[in-house]
Design a protein around this ligand. Structure first.
Ligand SMILES: Nc1ncnc2c1ncn2[C@@H]1O[C@H](COP(=O)(O)OP(=O)(O)O)[C@@H](O)[C@H]1O
Ligand SMILES: [Mg+2]
Length: 325
């Protein structure tokens, strides 16, 4: 990690009250992202990835609430921001791309008009100037005949092209940070791989920090410089992508790697991690993964800290694997 960090999340906690006690979806998360860096966040469905992204964008709706921690963005603590202050930075200095493009695209408005509006909402420029920037952005994300495509409606695009439009829109105002929440999950593998490559290049060229959220470690491995593994609302391991894939320290990371399709030998069944996520409103006192872990012992009844093993690696486990690595 360089000193050039744009986002620093410290001790973040996000809860949803229920009659059975609060669901703690994000449970003391620490994260840092530098300019031009791609951080992957991976974990099974329900581990708190989306809630973490929404929290960092100030998009948690009541009765849900960020109850602890700080979100330092460009040196300012966003948890103290008013809604008006959030609105001034959202879509401008930070943007979010969601899994379902229908949440960000208006089905009854032409693509060009939507993108021009997104630009003019934050910049005092003429419609013609905005149109020029929009056309450039469309070309950059690989949309052919952009002049024609400006006049199309969202349903006239393929799924992959729709997500390219959403990504182009997120990039329009040259944000410092983009949080992308499984935007390619519904797409086929080839289209997904092309988009991952293009987005990574665009962000690197522009110096935009990118947080890429996915349940699929294979996807995260294609795009991220570093990976944070999330389990039951907590980061259980983080490190440089290659190192993490080669020598995982947390048994949960090892389980995710073993269940990647590319790691299955021909004819062999995929090894999925047995069991399921614990209830977030009723977490075990100790390590939340212990009930599913082959390595678990009595020592796991106490919650381990996320311990740094080097400048770039940290793990939350009392008996990590590959310790000497
Ligand atoms: N608005 C909400 N109200 C109550 N619980 C929620 C809400 N949003 C998310 N959750 C809960 O928070 C947990 C984490 O969800 P989420 O962040 O969507 O997981 P992921 O994105 O990793 O699949 C889940 O148990 C989910 O049910
Ligand atoms: Mg999600």
């Amino acid at each position: 990690m360089t000193g050039n960090k744009i986002l620093s999340i410290q001790g973040l906690r996000t809860e949803f009250p229920t009659p059975h006690g609060p669901i703690v979806a994000v449970n003391g998360v620490d994260l840092e992202v530098a300019r031009g860096e791609v951080l992957g966040i991976v974990g099974e469905s329900g581990s708190g990835k989306t809630v973490l992204g929404l929290s960092a964008m100030g998009l948690i709706d009541l009765p849900g609430k960020v109850t602890a921690g700080r979100i330092l963005f460009g040196g300012q603590d966003l948890t103290r921001h008013t809604e008006a202050q959030w609105q001034a930075i959202r879509g401008k200095r930070m943007a979010m791309v969601f899994q379902d493009p229908t949440t960000s695209l208006n089905p009854v408005q032409r693509i060009g008009a939507q993108m021009i509006e997104a630009l003019q909402a934050h910049r005092d420029i003429s419609k013609d100037a905005a149109k020029r920037i929009v056309l450039e952005a469309m070309v950059r994300v690989g949309i052919n005949s952009p002049e024609e495509r400006l006049l199309s409606y969202p349903h006239q695009f393929s799924g992959g092209m729709r997500q390219r439009v959403v990504i182009a829109t997120a990039l329009l105002n040259e944000p410092d940070l983009i949080i992308a929440d499984e935007p390619t999950t519904a797409l086929d593998v080839t289209v997904q791989a092309q988009i991952l490559r293009d987005v990574r290049r665009l962000c690197q060229d522009a110096g935009t920090a990118l947080i890429w959220v996915s349940h699929d470690l294979g996807v995260v491995a294609q795009i991220a410089h570093r990976v944070a593994v999330m389990y039951a609302g907590r980061i259980v391991e983080q490190g440089i992508t290659n190192r993490l894939l080669k020598t995982p320290s947390h048994p949960y990371t090892a389980g995710l790697i073993a269940s990647m399709p590319t790691n299955a030998k021909r004819g062999e069944r995929l090894r999925s991690i047995p069991g399921g996520l614990p209830q977030l409103s009723n977490l075990p006192v100790g390590c939340a993964f212990a009930p599913r872990c082959a390595q678990a012992s009595a020592a796991c009844d106490v919650l381990p800290e996320l311990v740094s093993t080097s400048a770039e690696h940290a793990v939350r486990c009392v008996s990590p694997l590959n310790e000497a690595a």
